[in-house]
Design a protein around this ligand. Structure first.
Ligand SMILES: [Zn+2]
Length: 392
């Protein structure tokens, strides 16, 4: 029996168009069968009055595994916290009980669902074992994890990782020889899986690449690794940006995490001028909450503060957590927007919230005013994944 959802307002299609009085008919498999202003016959109806139905957010870069270690490295440098194998994160992941890591992950899922995220892209440390831990944590949650596992430079694990995960996520291309990057690219191509890597998060990382390989880590990641998705690119220069643009390689920017670690901010206006597809991520949960409302507002104000007004619209930022990451992950036929044949992944925003009244422009309000407390419920494939309880 299909279920029908009704909302007074909804953001529909790839342009996130605002529509009024919309019915969504959802199949038992969780796909949107029909979007209409007419009420379909013979179907259960779940009604949301004074509400805005928004496509589920996609957080394009998370390390959910360190959720148990919130702010433990707040006064340490980025390499001291995240650099494998001896950074604080990696030491804590090795010495912490699996149950504690899993409890942390589950808290991360709840925080994401309560702030409208239905899919997250995880850079999972710990090889095959690390992926198994995440899968165990996911058993009780409907949230969709797009898992990018880590292979080691000794090159024992890529096939195993690719069987278990959606692709590969490298901490840095600098620790791999050219032929190793090329082999990872071939394995991923053969398996039709995604490759992502951190690039140019610090000036030091770039210097190492130039010293060891004579070209930037960005150039190696595009030309040798054939990366589908680059993360950070804070110190991308004009040559890198031209290359990224020519190869249509999407970039995940994580501005709040960059601020937390004090590593600078990426050249977002240059990315926009080159029409590079941008996605938003929240990065390590130990350093940054996985709440995309906070990320979107921060990005808008950071950008205005450094570039002036009128170059980056709030609706463009909303695309960075919906349409753009779905395209970057090759999931746009399934999620990232509300259209016939796609998953019924969405959340409901309470338009009666004092912080949202009066609403002048829906996109401005979502980016600048909305917060997780305004999310009434989150659905994944038409199933209730989160419901706000006001007394808890
Ligand atoms: Zn990261």
């Amino acid at each position: 029996m299909p279920t029908t959802f009704f909302s007074d307002f909804a953001l529909i299609g790839e342009n996130l168009d605002l529509k009024e009085k919309i019915y969504f008919q959802v199949s038992e498999e969780g796909l949107i069968k029909e979007i209409s202003t007419q009420c379909p016959k013979s179907s259960d109806i779940i009604e949301f009055k004074d509400s805005l139905l928004i496509p589920g957010f996609i957080n394009a870069h998370v390390h959910i595994g360190d959720s148990f270690a919130k702010d433990k490295g707040i006064n340490l440098s980025l390499p001291e916290v995240v650099e494998p194998p001896d950074g604080l994160k990696h030491r804590l992941l090795k010495e912490t009980e699996k149950e504690t890591i899993i409890d942390g992950m589950k808290n991360g899922f709840k925080e994401m669902l309560s702030s409208g995220t239905t899919t997250f892209v995880d850079f999972r440390e710990g090889g095959p074992e690390g992926i198994l831990i995440l899968k165990e944590a996911l058993k009780d949650s409907l949230i969709r994890a797009f898992i990018l596992g880590r292979t080691t430079p000794d090159f024992n694990t890529p096939h195993e990782i690719l069987k278990m995960a959606h692709g590969i996520g490298l901490s840095s291309s600098n620790i791999y020889a050219d032929n190793e990057l090329e082999m990872i690219a071939i394995f991923c191509l053969e398996a039709s899986k995604i490759i992502s890597t951190h690039v140019s998060e610090t000036e030091e990382e770039r210097e190492i690449a130039f010293k060891k390989f004579k070209i930037s880590d960005i150039e190696r990641s595009i030309k040798l690794l054939n990366a589908d998705l680059l993360v950070h690119a804070i110190y991308a220069d004009d040559k890198d940006i031209d290359l990224i643009s020519k190869h249509n390689t999407p970039i995940v920017i994580c501005p709040r995490a960059n601020g937390y670690f004090g590593v600078g901010f990426p050249p977002i206006s240059a990315f926009l001028k080159h029409k590079i597809l941008l996605c938003l991520g929240t990065d390590n949960v130990m350093a940054n909450s996985p709440d995309l409302f906070r990320e979107m507002e921060f990005l808008f104000k950071l950008f205005r503060g450094t570039n002036g007004i009128n170059m980056l619209k709030t609706k463009d930022i909303l695309s960075m957590v919906t349409i753009n990451p779905a395209k970057a992950l090759r999931l746009d036929h399934l999620t990232g927007s509300l259209a016939k044949g796609r998953y019924a992944d969405f959340f409901i925003l309470d338009l009666n919230s004092p912080n949202l009244i009066p609403m002048e422009n829906v996109y401005d309000s979502i980016i600048l005013r909305a917060k997780s407390e305004n999310v009434i419920a989150t659905y994944i494939k038409g199933r209730l994944a989160y419901e706000r309880r006001y007394n808890s």
